[in-house]
Design a protein around this ligand. Structure first.
Ligand SMILES: [Fe+2]
Ligand SMILES: [Zn+2]
Length: 371
């Protein structure tokens, strides 16, 4: 299907295009000049931009505008600028610029079951990889099964998830009972739902929890959809939600060798006012100073969120067996485990990746026609 423009009207600072169906789109002159795709305005080898906006006046207006090849699939807007530069946009190209599609998130509660994917197929098949990444972007969680049980084999995931995001302590974290451990997960205690490294200003946002061996009683995995809970909290108590976005909270994890500390609100929003990050880590949250003027309101809101996170209605429980990898969106999904009830062997390894690289692997698969 090709898109056709039936009329162009010049406004003071934009061109108004009327589509053949009657809809209208404003095309600001500076936008039209800035996005020119000609060989003079672009580095041909890379398509990167060579044109700099400061080279034209702020009140730039075209000398001439027109429609070429009207009604055909090659239909284009033609513009001549006062300095003699020419710009052309195919109508279908302008139509493609109308909006940026947003990925639909699917929120879930305690009844949800994370989808399972075959590890080898994920690595070997572009189609299987795309299917997993789409599910991961939508729900923030999935499980890989029939994965290796050799230590450090989660390095192989880099072929699909991008390079490992290194953090302090270890490149790949070992989680087993260790009397010298620096983290509650190194004890046999229950670990309530949390996300890792809330004590970074930019916590790792993809986490692969790779179970190598699990011969222990107890230690069932728990996941909670932090974004789902926050959207309900925002609907039920907008004032409580707002205070969680506003009050800076200190978080810390440390050992004899390392110190990791940051002060940030529990909830961060993106430029569309949507939640982009939750920080929830009871074990590593530090004391908020008494000088904080919203302290009492913060505590009422934190109590409400803590109640919801720890409610069985929110929690999905399952057992992660040796050779299974739980993949979580680290800015969205909280993970935890029930207490260990025996001293059977249990060895989990955590590796972190960047969400941008995972999302863009899907884009690369699509743009390259691989799927
Ligand atoms: Fe953790
Ligand atoms: Zn140009």
């Amino acid at each position: 299907m090709h898109h056709s423009i039936s009329d162009l009207t010049r406004n003071a600072d934009s061109l108004c295009a009327t589509w053949s169906g009657g809809a209208q789109t404003d095309l600001p002159y500076l936008w039209l000049r800035d996005n020119c795709g000609c060989g003079e305005c672009r580095v041909e080898q890379t398509t990167e931009k060579r044109f700099h906006l400061f080279r034209v006046p702020e009140d730039l207006r075209p000398l001439k505008v027109g429609i070429e090849c009207a009604g055909s699939k090659d239909e284009a807007i033609f513009i001549e600028w006062p300095d003699g530069h020419h710009t052309r946009y195919r109508s279908s190209e302008v139509h493609g610029f109308l909006s940026q599609p947003r990925f639909d998130l699917h929120y879930w509660d305690g009844r949800f079951r994370p989808r399972r994917f075959d590890y080898q197929r994920f690595l070997a098949s572009d189609r299987a990889a795309a299917e997993l990444i789409e599910e991961f972007l939508r729900t923030g969680v999935c499980v890989l099964v029939d994965a290796p049980t050799e230590p450090d084999s989660s390095e192989q995931l880099a072929a699909r998830l991008g390079p490992i995001r290194e953090v302090l302590f270890e490149r790949i974290h070992n989680v087993k009972v260790d009397p010298k451990g620096y983290n509650i997960a190194h004890t046999g205690l229950a670990v309530a739902p949390h996300n890792d490294f809330t004590s970074y200003t930019w916590p790792p946002n993809v986490q692969a929890l790779h179970m190598l061996v699990n011969e222990c009683e107890g230690g069932e995995s728990i996941v909670v959809d932090g974004f789902g809970l926050l959207s309900e909290l925002r609907r039920d108590h907008p004032d409580k939600f707002d205070v969680l976005c506003a009050v800076p909270v200190p978080f810390r994890i440390f050992s004899e060798e390392y110190e990791c500390y940051a002060v940030k609100p529990m909830v961060e929003l993106d430029s569309d006012d949507e939640v982009r990050l939750v920080r929830f880590n009871t074990a590593q949250m530090q004391t908020i100073p008494l000088s904080e003027p919203r302290l009492a309101d913060f505590y009422a809101a934190y109590h409400e969120l803590s109640r919801r996170v720890n409610s069985p209605d929110s929690q999905v429980n399952f057992r992660l067996e040796g050779g299974q990898i739980l993949l979580c969106d680290g800015h969205r999904v909280l993970h935890g485990r029930t207490a260990l009830r025996s001293d059977g062997r249990r060895h989990l390894q955590d590796a972190y990746f960047e969400h941008d690289n995972v999302r863009n692997h899907l884009r690369w698969l699509r743009l390259g026609g691989r799927i």
